[in-house]
Design a protein around this ligand. Sequence first.
Ligand SMILES: Cc1ncc(COP(=O)(O)O)c(C=O)c1O
Length: 400
Amino acid sequence: MTVLSSEFSKELLDKVREETPGVNTSLHLDNCGSALMPGPVINALEQHLAQEIYHGGYVAQAQQFEALEGAYGAIAALLGAQRDEMALTGSAVEAWAKAFYSIPFQDGDNLVTAFNEYCSNFVSFLQQARRHGVEIRVARAGPDGELDLDHLASLIDSRTRVVAVAQVPSSSGQLNPVHEIGRITRERGVLYLLDACQAVGQMPVNVDDIGCDMLTGTSRKFLRGPRGVGYLYVKKEILSELDPVFLSNQAAEWVGDYDYKLRTDAGVFEDWERSVVNQLGFGAAVRYLQAIGPERCYKRTQAIANNLRSRLYSIPGVIPTCPQNAPAAIITFNKEGLDAMEVKVRLAQQGINVQVASVVHTRLDLDARGIATTVRVSPHYYNADDEIDRFLSAVEALKT
Ligand SMILES: Cc1ncc(COP(=O)(O)O)c(C=O)c1O
């Protein structure tokens, strides 16, 4: 079955696959883990690494000042943000933690999150609960398995310091209603921290449309950039409400023997030291997506995911572990009589890359649904239709 459309033609698919050397060695269906990089990203990495090898890191960086600035401009444009509202970090978790721990919590405050929140974010909530007595309020899933917005709204009160949710959770294809949450947080005047790690690159994301105050993401997943880069958006108007959890020589200038001056832009969350190689590769990845068109990529990714999901779930012995109607390109399942890790290993022996998600990633959600581990498969727009066919045949052929 073909899921090409007039918008994403065979010519375009052939081109993006030609530009992706990894498709010749793997059938890669772990794009929500770490995707395959396209040629322009690989070129940016290789070229700058060569400059560092022959000229040293600082000389190489100075030569690439504009390109590095271009990486900030590119991610700002993709998200509908301003350049000075963007900080680059070493990972999405680092970006998220820098934002979250800079919220000045006081005893008696509470925070509101969702039942499918990511592990790293949740352990940070738990630490702030222990340190400051912050109450963690979790919005539940409704009968349809989706986030219950009325419940979320009812949890917000005058002591709520932040609503923090993930747009697409790590271990299921759910899509949290981030725009509706934005309307609620704006109405109630509460900070909104959005973990868009699995959304950016998979679907168009615009900070103004959503109405979030802070947003975090990574380079290596659906954006198809290199590892080791994360980013943080902080809306200009709320920057003064945050008290940066720690300072670096990039974040603040040492202006007098006993005095420092804070930066007044999102760079206050940055460090001086960085992988310029990776940040340039990240910039190239964002530009690559922009050149093809985020909406066009999203439509194709959605079409492939829907096709894969419905065919996968009709294979005898396949146990769906995504909530019903989960629409995102993260599809989870188990195969009767086989451990999730066994499935991953057996598929890897055939050159098929999938991942295992476990209860420790999104504990509240998976535990409530009795799932300890599950196979996680995440296609992207560059996957070919015959790759999906091959994957499905391989799953069907797996026997205990
Ligand atoms: C929803 C979500 N948030 C955050 C992260 C962490 O991103 P990183 O490992 O780049 O810090 C992940 C990674 O899987 C994720 O799925």
